[in-house]
Design a protein around this ligand. Structure first.
Ligand code: TRP
Length: 336
């Protein structure tokens, strides 16, 4: 059987947190180790411009995300790891797809619809106020990312399912008009993969400002864990592990026996201070080596750059022939 191409992108507008690690980074790196897959992981830096117009933040985020994936065990020999903006073929394909993408389809994209609905709610005279063409065309760029490599499987969060449907739509339309060029990619939403709660118990997310950064200093990491909101039960009073952020976060890292042991301690009335101390020590133990590696890599930006440049070369070798075929199918080719 030929290898399955698995591809996913990470928007470079933030610094990785524990939720990103348990929900995306860890499972992606694990799956990349399988012999039957060929993985493409990339920094979606052009995507970041859609929501972030702070150049320093984009730069810092690109560096931190690359260093995080490398520190967490991504093997750049095995995985094609690159930066979207290093692959001109993606933007070229973006235009070709723009010309087969129905505007009506884009009108229905969640991100755009949410922005327009917000304007209506605010009684704005223009429902498109503040909407850039970048935001509106976001699904086309994402389709180009995926189709440029003819990916079979795309692991993403639930919020991205619609983008994959749109990608399939664009791919099918192109194939129908011009002839077979694209694989219709499948979305992979791992239901068992973790959605970690953040400090306040809601989903850990940058937009809620409730994240625990993955590679803060040990001291800051301890502080973050201590800031997790709990109820006011006293030590000695039995506690409910199933509605507890501290316990849920612990469960994303501990093994079955350890989780059961902790469950028992909740029943026995472990104090919040002690529970948090235990969780901090446990996570710190697991993440300590990776943090050290991360700091080492962050101190060596030339290394990160080298890895990404080599990744781009591998990626372009794959994308360029496909783009040529696509252009050829549309009638854009040498004059003969
Ligand atoms: N839009 C994705 C997100 O916000 C990131 C992304 C960009 C992506 N291009 C992609 C994911 C291609 C998968 C495939 O999570």
């Amino acid at each position: 059987m030929s290898k399955q191409i698995v591809l996913t992108g990470i928007t470079t507008s933030g610094i990785p947190h524990l939720g990103n690690y348990a929900g995306a980074i860890r499972p992606a790196i694990e799956s990349s180790l399988s012999e039957n897959v060929e993985s493409y992981f990339f920094l979606a830096d052009y995507h970041s411009l859609i929501k972030c117009q702070d150049p320093e933040r984009v730069r810092e985020s690109s560096k931190a995300i690359a260093a995080t994936w490398l520190a967490c065990g991504l093997d750049p020999e095995k995985v094609t790891f690159y930066r979207q903006s290093d692959i001109p073929e993606i933007l070229e394909l973006n235009w070709v797809l723009t010309c087969v993408a129905a505007k009506g389809l884009m009108n229905r994209a969640h991100a755009y619809k949410a922005a327009a609905a917000e304007n209506v709610e605010q009684n704005s005279a223009d429902p498109d106020k503040g909407v850039t063409m970048g935001l509106f065309s976001y699904p086309v760029l994402m389709a180009a990312d995926i189709l440029a490599f003819n990916a079979h499987k795309v692991p993403v969060g639930k919020d991205q399912i619609q983008h994959l449907e749109m990608t399939r739509d664009m791919a099918a339309r192109f194939n129908h008009i011009y002839g077979e060029a694209f694989v219709l990619p499948e979305v992979v939403v791992d239901e068992s993969s973790m959605i970690l709660p953040g400090l306040d118990g809601r989903k850990m997310s940058k937009s809620y400002n409730n994240t625990i950064p993955l590679f803060d200093t040990e001291k800051k990491f301890r502080k973050s864990i201590n800031k997790i909101v709990t109820n006011s039960l006293e030590p000695g009073e039995p506690k409910d592990p199933d509605n507890c952020t501290v316990f849920t976060i612990y469960s994303a890292f501990a093994n079955k026996a350890e989780i059961e042991a902790m469950r028992l301690r909740y029943k026995e009335g472990i104090g919040w201070g002690e529970a948090k101390k235990h969780v901090f020590e446990y996570l710190n133990d697991i993440l300590g080596d990776k943090r050290q590696k991360y700091n080492g890599i962050m101190a060596e930006p030339e290394y990160i750059e080298k890895v990404l440049v080599a990744g781009a070369e591998k990626a372009r070798a794959k994308a360029a022939p496909l783009l040529k075929k696509v252009k050829n199918l549309t009638g854009i080719s040498a004059i003969k």
